[in-house]
Ligand binder design. Structure first.
Ligand code: COA
Length: 180
């Protein structure tokens, strides 16, 4: 377990798969993610098996405290971890919409960055987000991510082209921002 404030991150388990399928099949959640087709339980199970043997991906379950128990509300991951250059790509989804806008995403990202920089020894974490997702941009900016560029009209979604915003944070910036 990796503990943040009212948030903890734990390893994902096979038993979590039905929840992933529910979240990723919710159009209101999926529209912010790179996946765009309905997902079956069998596909998700196959993905999970392949994940277990990969060394360049770390995906953790986000749990939030509710009274005396913890509730699994989403996942956060470091993808394409490049151990030589010490760079990884961050992804996050709070799949249960009732938990949006309560500060959990910001705290989960902060907790994951602490792990990335101070346990895994990474130096840079980067990500992409869509122009129509100001909630995600605000969440990343609050943790210290900087906007680095715009991939103009790189996404086709709902019949239109949209800009993709690239963001990044260095370990030194995270430390200076008080994240450590
Ligand atoms: C993006 C996501 C991880 C953010 O987590 P969260 O817990 O909902 O966000 P937080 O409450 O920590 O922070 C959201 C911030 O955005 C702000 N916000 C929300 N809607 C906004 C909007 N339309 N415009 C501008 N800011 C907005 C909130 O006020 C909050 O900022 P504040 O704390 O300064 O008030 C979560 O909403 C999610 O998983 N969404 C669906 C999937 C997704 O978008 N993943 C990211 C793909 S790049």
């Amino acid at each position: 377990m990796i503990y943040g404030k009212d948030v903890r991150l734990r390893a994902i388990e096979r038993e979590d798969i039905p929840r992933f399928v529910r979240w990723f099949n919710d159009p209101e959640v999926r529209r912010f993610l790179s996946m765009y087709e309905p997902m079956s339980r069998a596909q998700e199970e196959r993905w999970f098996e392949s994940y277990l043997s990969r060394k360049d991906d770390l995906i953790l379950a986000i749990e939030v405290r509710e009274g005396d128990s913890w509730v699994h509300v989403g996942n956060i991951g470091l993808h394409r971890i490049d151990w030589k250059n010490r760079v990884a790509t961050l992804g996050i989804v709070i799949g249960d919409k009732g938990y949006w806008d309560k500060g959990y995403g910001t705290e989960a990202v902060r907790t994951m960055l602490r792990h990335a920089f101070f346990e895994l020894g990474l130096n840079r974490v980067e990500l992409e987000t869509y122009s129509f997702n100001p909630r995600a941009q605000r969440c990343y900016e609050r943790v210290g991510f900087r906007r680095e560029g715009v991939r103009r009209q790189a996404l086709y979604r709902d019949g239109k082209f949209h800009d993709v915003i690239t963001m990044g944070i260095l370990r030194v910036e995270f430390e200076e921002g008080g994240g450590g």
